[in-house]
Design a binder for this molecule. Structure first.
Ligand SMILES: Cc1cc2nc3c(=O)[nH]c(=O)nc-3n(C[C@H](O)[C@H](O)[C@H](O)COP(=O)(O)OP(=O)(O)OC[C@H]3O[C@@H](n4cnc5c(N)ncnc54)[C@H](O)[C@@H]3O)c2cc1C
Length: 376
């Protein structure tokens, strides 16, 4: 399908990213799944190859590209079936710093994030709250020149490996959403511990952990942006995160439809190829048609985002539709593989398990419908 959003420079970049993914990621991915974590050394190699923080300005060590460069990395990792937390690092954590952090904090953290020397995480969810973020209970209390942070976060992507966590905390518990701030907590700070990787049903190579803060003292200058504006920053950046999830879902769906077509075109059943059953062709045709519609919508959303920032409603639509279609049609693709769909030998089974979380993390489908419904 012809896509008009990319220029030749993005396609050149895509070739480079594709080669990297095929050489450095795909052959090792099963080992990382078994280990439950991706080695830190991969991040260094990605940094050296210019695949991290592609949109971050060059003055901070980033690629200086546009959201299209970020899309290319997301799509190519999806193409080899890799779920690594790279988008969290490059397209969530780093942009928070670029948009809101002090110049000193930017200069201290961003170059290392861009090189992959530091891995970033964003810690919002707590054991007691996920969707209702403004009710979080992690506290940051001012004490002289420091914040003292106490609380616990859960389900944090890049949690075990992260060198810096942007932690959403209450600095004024009585002020509701206006009492939330973002504070950067660095690895090695006394009182900051973690436990993981968490025992998940999928995303086995993605490092997901619980973070604990026991009177963790960080300098006041580690505040990201202004005190009390953290919730607003989250709401400003979540649409991009949701668009990334939508783009990734579209790429996974296209990849698995093609893989299923290829499988069905060589598997013999009752003396016929699986693809020669009308049912198989109908299933694949339907999946292909919806994937093409999805691709058009996601690319239109990307164009809107490039033109000034996608609205939260449109980003919610993109993530909702993309992840629901992904779940539905990966299930059909797995079915067309028969028993082999249920094995780890073919990517479709892993993609199917991994895809389930996309309807939960980054805003559940129900929360997204709530956002869209508010527009009526
Ligand atoms: C693999 C993985 C990685 C993650 N990575 C991160 C990360 O890096 N950083 C981070 O901060 N968090 C992360 N999360 C957490 C994720 O964002 C939350 O799980 C998600 O926001 C849902 O929160 P919850 O799990 O507390 O569910 P809950 O909020 O308890 O929701 C339970 C159910 O109630 C429904 N519900 C909630 N509100 C409404 C409503 N208004 N109307 C109708 N139904 C509603 C939900 O849709 C859901 O079905 C990750 C989660 C997973 C599984």
């Amino acid at each position: 399908m012809h896509r008009s959003i990319f220029e030749p420079e993005h396609e050149l970049f895509r070739d480079q990213v594709r080669r990297f993914c095929e050489r450095e990621v795909a052959p090792h991915y099963r080992d990382w799944e078994r280990a439950g974590v991706t080695p830190r050394s991969l991040w260094r190699r990605m940094g050296d190859a210019g695949l991290l923080c592609t949109t971050i300005p060059t003055e901070y060590g980033g690629g200086g590209g546009s959201f299209l460069h970020a899309m290319v990395v997301t799509e190519e990792l999806a193409r080899v079936g890799a779920n690594l937390g790279v988008a969290v690092h490059s397209d969530m954590v780093s942009p928070y710093l670029v948009h809101y952090a002090s110049e000193t904090l930017k200069r201290r953290l961003l170059p290392k994030l861009c090189r992959g020397e530091l891995i970033g995480s964003i810690a919002m969810t707590e054991p007691g709250i996920g969707s209702d973020l403004k009710s979080m209970s992690t506290r940051a209390v001012r004490d002289g020149d420091h914040w003292v942070i106490s609380g616990q976060k859960v389900w944090i992507t890049n949690g075990m490996n992260c060198g810096v966590a942007l932690v959403a905390c209450k600095t004024d518990p009585a002020a509701g959403a206006r009492g939330v701030s973002l504070v950067a907590v660095e690895e090695g700070t006394p009182g900051f511990t973690r436990q993981g990787p968490m025992d998940k049903i999928g995303l086995k190579a993605q490092d997901t952990a619980e973070l604990f803060f026991d009177e963790v003292r960080v300098p006041l200058s580690n505040l990201v942006g202004e005190e009390g504006r953290g919730f607003r920053y989250l709401m400003e950046q979540l649409p991009q995160e949701r668009l990334v999830i939508a783009a990734r879902s579209a790429a996974i769906l296209e990849t698995q439809i093609e893989a299923t077509r290829a499988y069905a075109a060589q598997r013999q059943v009752f003396g016929r190829l699986v693809i020669d059953f009308q049912n198989s062709r109908f299933k694949l045709a339907e999946a292909k048609a919806y994937a093409a519609m999805l691709r058009s919508f996601v690319d239109a959303c990307v164009t809107e985002h490039l033109a000034g920032g996608i609205s939260s409603e449109r980003a919610a639509m993109a993530k909702l539709v993309a992840t629901e279609l992904l779940g539905r049609y990966l299930d059909e693709c797995l079915q067309l593989h028969g028993g082999y769909g249920y094995s780890n030998e073919y990517g479709v089974g892993r993609a199917w398990v991994d895809a389930r979380v996309t309807r939960i993390a980054g805003g559940t489908s129900e929360v997204l419908k709530d956002i869209i419904g508010r527009g009526f």
